[in-house]
Design a protein around this ligand. Structure first.
Ligand SMILES: [Zn+2]
Length: 161
């Protein structure tokens, strides 16, 4: 059984919760996105909200939600393009900032958010900015919808079948 929001394997029984009118089986972390329902309520296909309207958020972004300065969602692409424009390989960049190349590789694959110290070293070494100031009013007012990325939609589409 996999969580229908983040896709992790759920150990034990999944938590059935209603998210934006759709019943999903969730892990305990994602259950807080929805209203937990005690029993299964079948949702008629025709009143299912549009797939794009099913809103989720990657759990790994949670740690950044409370910050006003937010790492850019395209940080991996920004780092990779800047590195390539400097003519550096991942290994060369890694030695330049005294970090492991495996770590940089993970960051460029978006498997890992660079922590502050590494981010700053990358910003300095590549002459880039990875943080953007986010107004909580503008970005958060619309709820989850604006936080939904194409990746999230793809996950939902896959799970919706
Ligand atoms: Zn989950």
């Amino acid at each position: 059984m996999q969580c229908e929001i983040c896709g992790v394997d759920i150990k034990g029984a999944p938590i059935r919760a209603t998210v934006e009118g759709t019943v999903l089986d969730l892990c305990s972390k994602c259950a807080r996105y929805g209203k937990v329902s005690d029993k299964w309520t079948p949702v008629s296909r025709k009143i299912m909200p549009n797939e794009k309207m099913i809103v989720t958020r990657k759990p790994r972004r949670d740690a950044f939600d409370k910050l006003e300065d937010e790492i850019m969602s395209d940080y991996a692409g920004i780092i990779r393009r800047a590195r390539e424009s400097h003519g550096l390989t991942i290994e060369e960049l890694a030695s330049k900032i005294m970090e492991k190349s495996t770590l940089l590789r993970k960051i460029e694959r978006e498997e890992l958010m660079p922590e502050d110290t590494i981010r700053k070293k990358l910003e300095t070494a590549l002459n880039i900015k990875l943080m953007e100031r986010v107004s909580s009013q503008d970005q958060r007012g619309g709820g989850f919808i604006r936080g939904t990325t194409l990746g999230d939609v793809a996950i939902i589409k896959k799970k919706a079948k």
